[in-house]
Design a protein around this ligand. Structure first.
Ligand code: ZN
Length: 243
């Protein structure tokens, strides 16, 4: 079985469409796993929810999904994120709001735990360093954990002498063995590692290979939609910078 792993779509329809087309081109993906934040920041929340549902993605909740559904306070969001959440909430149907509110915080799929932030703090913690990764290995039982939230492709392996970062490069497969790992496929709709291309991964369950992919998409189309929607300009400009 082969699985595509997507995260942090952030209502960027052009990016999501490009990634789904790339997945379809590969042709033999059995299931898509989505690590949350379908909405927030971007201009097309309803369309992105519709696509995630149409592709029957296995999906968990992100902090922006819960905030847009009115389930969590946006007090800890920055001003741009907060403005986008208010805009998003006002542009969702009741059905979409209920969908976001009911997404589970975690899902187990085979050897993987799927969670947006971290096993310790499902919605808010960023696993961006060795120390945080190390601590989190004590908070899940499965061999591997897939996370989103930072919008940066990263992987950590639990070794005999502690936790080690594992580099993820586009097109290069990482073999998942007996060592426990935490992996982030990067962000579809708002990458933050300096590469503006949409990021996602494919896990080949037969060869146990996790492989990152980057996909070009029409950034200007999303920027135009952000401006038309009256969302903060910064949310448009950052897409081109990939941060
Ligand atoms: Zn996010």
């Amino acid at each position: 079985m082969r699985y595509a792993v997507i995260a942090d779509i952030h209502a960027n329809l052009a990016a999501l469409t490009a990634v789904l087309e790339d997945i379809e081109r590969k042709g033999d993906i059995d299931e898509i796993w989505c690590l949350g934040d379908i909405v927030g920041y971007g201009p097309d929340p309803a369309e992105c929810i519709e696509l995630v549902r149409r592709y029957r993605c296995v999906c968990i909740a992100g902090n922006h999904d819960r905030a847009a559904a009115g389930e969590i306070d946006t007090r800890y969001f920055n001003a741009h994120a907060d403005a986008a959440i208010r805009w998003t909430s006002a542009h969702l149907t009741e059905k979409d709001t209920a969908y976001l509110a009911n997404l589970p915080l975690t899902v187990e799929k085979g050897d993987f735990l799927l969670v947006h932030g971290s096993p310790m703090d499902n919605l808010f913690e960023y696993i961006i360093g060795k120390g945080i990764a190390e601590r989190n290995f004590g908070f899940f039982q499965s061999r591997y954990c897939l996370v989103g939230h930072s919008h940066v492709p990263l992987a950590f392996k639990k070794g005999e002498e502690g936790c080690l970062p594992v580099s993820l490069s586009p097109g290069v497969g990482v073999v998942l063995g007996s060592a426990r790992m935490i992996l982030n496929p990067g962000g579809v709709g708002q990458p933050r590692d300096g590469d503006p291309r949409a990021s996602y991964a494919v896990y080949d369950g037969d060869g146990h290979i996790f492989r990152l992919f980057r996909v070009e998409y029409d950034i200007e189309a999303t920027q135009d939609r952000i401006m038309q929607a009256g969302l903060p300009v910064h949310l448009a400009t950052r897409l081109k910078e990939g941060k």
